[in-house]
Design a protein around this ligand. Structure first.
Ligand code: NAP
Length: 283
């Protein structure tokens, strides 16, 4: 039986990945800094290792007897005082060093679709630096580059509930967001796949206007969309960069950037945004 270590199990993607590895017959160890955040996963988890990727001492032995290491560790919404370089880069490097020590057979890392085109963004720079380290490590690896997650599209549902949606430019930039369950399948398949760079998005390519129309339809309201010129977005990001720290502007800059370019990845999966919005419209 193959043994996997999952880092990031408490996150929106990691939860699906834990269940998917278990479904494929893996023995599952998860790394968590707060085991209480693993609620509802107990049936899929064989062992919990309590540790913190930013503290090397706490990681000793985390990869012992492990075949595959999976990491979706990264800062998405800032909750503490750590930087992207502390977590996305150094935290994952610390984990990778443990993996090397134990001679694991493969490291699977989750980055961001189009990362190579967004190297000016702080969050992406830290990820890219880790990717370089992983590639040079001598370990076998796969890097998954996913498009936006369905869970992040809930902001559109919230706008629809409030009666007005906002898009950048004409709203015709395209994206194919992916459900965590579909993305988890891709990540688990990577364990026994030779592909090293896996770009992936969901099955439906939608404009931001389309996404808002689906959101309004899901809550039974008439679609109302306001269009924000791209220069306003650039101005907001520019001002935030002058007056706030990367902790504040980093995530905002990232989301504003991906909303104002085409993000079309190879399509995969069976989940559709309309169903996801209907399931979550009361949340
Ligand atoms: N969301 C998207 O649309 C999207 C799209 C493409 C790629 N991605 C990338 O995919 C990865 C996973 O995304 P996600 O939505 O699953 O993120 P998430 O829900 O924020 O989960 C992130 C995971 O990283 C851990 N983490 C964060 N800061 C940490 C720290 N200081 N020390 C230890 N662990 C820490 C979290 O642990 P705790 O629970 O303990 O905080 C959690 O398990 C991220 O790198 C993200 O950039 C996301």
């Amino acid at each position: 039986m193959q043994k996997v270590l999952i880092a990031g199990a408490t996150g929106s993607l990691g939860r699906y990945v834990v269940q998917e590895f278990k479904k494929h017959g893996f023995w599952v160890r998860v790394l968590a800094r707060d085991a209480a955040r693993l609620e509802n996963l107990s049936e899929s988890v064989d062992e919990i290792f309590t540790g913190e990727v930013t503290n090397t001492n706490s990681l000793s032995g985390v990869c012992k007897d492990i075949d595959i290491v999976f990491s979706s560790i990264g800062i998405t919404k800032q909750k503490d005082n750590l930087t992207y370089m502390d977590v996305d880069y150094q935290g994952n490097m610390n984990l990778m060093e443990e993996a090397k020590k134990e001679g694991i057979s493969k490291f699977i890392y989750v980055s961001v679709f189009n990362a190579k085109k967004m190297k000016n963004l702080k969050g992406i720079q830290a990820k890219a630096r880790f990717e370089e380290g992983l590639i040079k490590s001598g370990l076998d690896y796969s890097i998954v580059y996913p498009n936006g997650f369905f869970s992040d599209m809930l902001d559109y549902l919230q706008m629809a509930k409030k009666g007005r949606g906002y898009v950048f430019g004409s709203g015709e930039f395209r994206i194919n967001p992916i459900h965590g369950e579909d993305l988890a399948e891709v990540c688990v398949n990577a364990a026994n796949d030779e592909e090293r760079e896996i770009n992936v998005g969901g099955p439906d390519i939608l404009t931001h206007n389309n996404i808002l129309a689906i959101a309004f339809d899901s809550v039974g309201k008439t679609t109302k969309i306001s269009k924000i010129p791209i220069w306003v977005k650039n101005l907001i990001v520019g001002i935030l960069k002058i007056f706030t720290s990367v902790k504040i502007y980093g995530p905002i800059e990232f989301f504003m950037t991906v909303l104002a370019i085409d993000m079309v990845a190879p399509t995969y999966g069976k989940h559709h945004l309309k169903d996801f919005f209907l399931e979550n419209k009361e949340a």
